[in-house]
Structure formats: structure tokens, C-alpha cells
Design a protein around this ligand. Structure first.
Ligand SMILES: C[S@@+](CC[C@H](N)C(=O)[O-])C[C@H]1O[C@@H](n2cnc3c(N)ncnc32)[C@H](O)[C@@H]1O
Length: 236
């Protein structure tokens, strides 16, 4: 995960249009929400809470993440918002929310179909009757390109980053061995980081929702072209 690169996360993903993503998410939620008034939202695997500034006016936003560094960055950025440390596989906040989200393919860190079901069930337990669970998937097994080199560059006056990897695969998990070169006024740092992401099929995602009794729909475009699953918890 982002064990070494957390401090550079926002710089590396500065290309992402979080404002537009949140607008689209809110529109998709509004089409389905039956509960009037200001609603509660738990953002699981919130990272640095980059969606929070665009959601917090409409939702009472709370974030949860496994990584304490990411959470510290989120809390520093939004001192007035509640953040929780927890694992999407087994966290228990003892409360339910109108909406639970798991965005930017974070669900793929569950890595195996069994753990995908476990994480979905854990998040589903935090959705109140009539509420929604929203999962933005990663690419499926047919779309992962083994051997494809990728690179992301940051070119700020105070920070230069080159992050590269060559897509690999172990069974149905994508392996991203990132190599970083990071230049700041302190010098040049080299970092290595492994990310292991489950390549789940559409059927596996949909099964995880149905296993917890949620009615699921798939928006083909989603927030950034990766599609989006929206699961509704029955009222009764
Ligand atoms: C790609 S980032 C997405 C962060 C944020 N949602 C965004 O859109 O920028 C993936 C996040 O998932 C978190 N994560 C990975 N495994 C997790 C787990 N088992 N439980 C909770 N968070 C996890 C990582 O710490 C990281 O912050």
C-alpha cells in the first residue's frame, strides 16, 4: 500500500478531478435516495479524504482507513471531520450511515473474492435500512495488461516525482511494484512499494452485494470510467 508514499499521495494523484467525481456521485445518489434531509456518509478507505471537500456540504462526512499515515493527513487537512482507523474487512463503528462509499478501486486491496465478500458484508452492516453502499471497482481480470509499463510524474517547483511500474500478475491479483524517485530540497529519495489488487469480475462484485441482500445496479461510466456499483439496503 502507500506505506512509503503517503506524504506524496495528493501530489501523485493531483491529476484526478475529485470535484467532478463528487458531483457525479451526488447526482447518482440523488436519483436513488429515499431519505429526505441532510444525510450521513462514511467513506471507507478514504485515504487523504480528497473527496471530502466536495461532499461535506451535502453529507455529514466521516472517513475510515487502515493506514494511520493517510488518516493523519486527512485529519490535518480537515480537523473538524471525524476519521476512524479500521480495516474494511472487519471494522465495527457500532453505527449505521445513509451512505457508505468505497472509492477509487480501494476495494481491490481486499485481493481475493472471499475477502471482497467479507469487506462488502462489513460495509453493508454500516448501511441503514433504505441506505446505499457504493463501490468503485478496479479493472477486471480481462482488462489487466501484464507487462504494460506505466509512469506518473510530478513536476512542481518544490517537488519532482517519477513513479514507475510494470504491470504483473499473480493468479487473479494485479501486482504493482512501484519504484519512486522523489526530489525535494532535502535531496533525492528512492522508494519501492508493492500494491496487490484483486482483479474481480462483474459477477463477483454483484454476488458480494446480493450475498448481503442488497439490490445492486451498475453504472457503466462511474466516476472516472471504471464503472460504479450502487447497492440499496432493503427498508425492511
Ligand atoms: C487508492 S487509495 C484511495 C483513497 C481515496 N478513497 C481516494 O479516492 O483518493 C486506497 C486507500 O485504501 C486504503 N486501504 C487499503 N486497504 C484497506 C483496508 N483493508 N481497509 C481500509 N482501508 C484500506 C489505503 O490505505 C488507501 O488510503
Amino acid at each position: 500500500m502507500f506505506v512509503h508514499s503517503a506524504p506524496f499521495y495528493d501530489a501523485i494523484y493531483a491529476w484526478k478531478d475529485y470535484a467532478a467525481e463528487a458531483r457525479r456521485l451526488k447526482a447518482l445518489l440523488a436519483e436513488r435516495q429515499r431519505i429526505p434531509g441532510r444525510r450521513t456518509l462514511l467513506d471507507v478507505a478514504c485515504g487523504t479524504a480528497a473527496h471530502a471537500p466536495y461532499l461535506r456540504d451535502d453529507y455529514a462526512y466521516e472517513g475510515l482507513d487502515l493506514d494511520r499515515q493517510m488518516l493523519a493527513l486527512a485529519q490535518q487537512r480537515f480537523p473538524d471531520l471525524p476519521f476512524h482507523q479500521g480495516d474494511m474487512l472487519d471494522f465495527d463503528l457500532g453505527r449505521q450511515f445513509d451512505v457508505v462509499t468505497c472509492l477509487f478501486s480501494s476495494i481491490a486491496y481486499a485481493k481475493t473474492p472471499k475477502r471482497l465478500e467479507q469487506a462488502t458484508a462489513t460495509m453493508a452492516r454500516h448501511v441503514r435500512p433504505g441506505g446505499l453502499l457504493v463501490i468503485e471497482p478496479f479493472v477486471g481480470p480481462q482488462d489487466w495488461q501484464e507487462g504494460r509499463p506505466t509512469a506518473t510524474f510530478v513536476d512542481r517547483d518544490d517537488l519532482k516525482i517519477a513513479r514507475m511500474s510494470v504491470g504483473a500478475r499473480e493468479g487473479d491479483a494485479a501486482i504493482l511494484d512501484f519504484e519512486y524517485l522523489i526530489a525535494t530540497s532535502a535531496g533525492i529519495e528512492r522508494l519501492s512499494e508493492r500494491h496487490e489488487l484483486g482483479l474481480f469480475t462483474d459477477a463477483q462484485y454483484q454476488h458480494a452485494f446480493r450475498a448481503v441482500g442488497f439490490a445492486v445496479t451498475r453504472d457503466a461510466e462511474g466516476l472516472m470510467g471504471r464503472s460504479l456499483y450502487l447497492g440499496a439496503r432493503p427498508l425492511a
